[in-house]
Write a protein that binds this ligand. Structure first.
Ligand SMILES: [Zn+2]
Ligand SMILES: [Zn+2]
Length: 182
């Protein structure tokens, strides 16, 4: 759905939309949309701002992914509100571009005619809700590095020694050889 600037010039644009599961593609983030995605809100041009657009609303859906540690299927309910501001890209002259960079305003977003794609906005807002590390639970024990068992489900009893003497010896040799090269 296009949030049309031309329409906003006449009135506040309201939206209330539903997308079926998988209509949004989150595969580049390793996730799928496993429930309908609903969004409602509004978009308007703020008066006396030279065309700044404000998009407010709520988005709800459920994403599915594999746990980063044990690969078990995991779901992430998303229920987020957003309040975003966009300036017209035409305002971006070279001088202002430099100014914006100097002020560290990298977070300001811009729009171009004919307007903003609601789907792009929602996709970004949903992904913002997902933690960098996707876990089935905070206490997930992951997969055993020795036998490959899911350690949440079985006590495989393998002994893992991260501080094994053989490895310590190896790292010592590597440090020694790199120093002698200098
Ligand atoms: Zn897990
Ligand atoms: Zn094991």
């Amino acid at each position: 759905m296009l949030l049309s600037i031309k329409e906003m010039e006449v009135r506040k644009v309201r939206f209330s939309e539903t997308w079926q599961p998988s209509e949004f593609d989150f595969s580049d983030s390793g996730m799928t949309q496993s429930a309908p995605l609903t969004a409602e809100g509004s978009a308007e041009i703020l008066p006396h701002t030279g065309g700044e657009v404000r998009v407010q609303g709520k988005v709800r859906t459920v994403l599915a992914a594999e746990c980063d540690r044990c690969l078990a299927p995991t779901t992430y309910p998303v229920d987020a509100s957003f309040d975003l501001f966009y300036k017209p890209a035409a305002e971006l002259t070279a001088a202002e571009d430099d100014l914006a960079l100097d002020e560290g305003e990298a977070e300001i977003a811009f729009y171009e005619m004919p307007g903003l794609e609601l789907e792009d906005i929602l996709r970004e807002q949903v992904l913002l809700q997902i933690p960098m590390q996707k876990l089935c639970s905070e206490s997930c024990k992951g997969i055993c590095a020795v036998c490959g068992a899911n350690r949440n489900e079985v006590e495989c009893g393998c002994e893992v020694h991260p501080g094994d003497d053989r490895w310590a010896g190896l790292s010592h040799i590597q440090i020694g050889s790199s120093t002698s090269n200098v």
